[in-house]
Write a protein that binds this ligand. Structure first.
Ligand SMILES: [Mg+2]
Length: 178
């Protein structure tokens, strides 16, 4: 059997990185892409990176929306990305929260960032080269999860995600807004 060739990966937080964080975004009409988000995903696809989403979704535990609602939104996101030739290879979400009102999801979870469970699960299932991989998040909890998983973490504080990715992940000098 051939050895799996390890690939660099980009782990993306969702809310505040791919889409504007309006708080518990659960449907397409509440969903607004961050500027440059689709182009950013395509840029890292084209550069040979695996691309993952790892997203805390405590709104499920809080009863604000269902797992099905979230899957519908993710399907709509991936379809829209595909229209631009961009691809998310896999998605992990954490529906749990200790303060949840939905009994099935009202608990602590080592998948919830700042814990690294989602990232570690993706690394277990995909041929990820940790040293060349990076996580992009907008919160300290994202960066803590990256650190705990042995992945470099980058804080995205707004602006154009494609510009950010080209500069910080792909190392393109003088990558400007387009
Ligand atoms: Mg976020």
């Amino acid at each position: 059997m051939a050895e799996r060739e390890l690939r660099p990966a980009v782990f993306l937080d969702r809310d505040g990185v791919l889409n504007v964080d309006h708080g518990y975004v659960a449907s397409r009409d509440q969903f607004q892409w961050i500027e440059g988000a689709i182009a950013a995903v395509k840029a890292v696809n084209d550069a040979g990176f695996l691309v993952f989403i790892a997203t805390n979704q405590s709104g499920i535990a809080r009863g604000l929306y269902s797992v099905d609602d979230m899957h519908r939104l993710h399907d709509s996101m991936t379809k829209e990305l595909a229209r631009f030739g961009a691809r998310i290879d896999d998605i992990r979400y954490c529906p749990f929260h200790p303060d949840g009102t939905i009994a099935a999801y009202a608990r602590k979870s080592d998948w919830r960032k700042p814990a690294p469970g989602m990232i570690l699960d993706l690394i277990a299932r995909w041929p990820v080269d940790r040293e060349k991989s990076v996580l992009i998040g907008d919160k300290d909890a994202d960066l803590a999860a990256a650190r705990a998983a042995g992945i470099r973490g980058l804080k995205f504080e707004g602006g154009n995600l494609e510009t950010f990715v080209r500069r910080e992940v792909l190392g393109e000098k003088g990558a400007g807004a387009r």
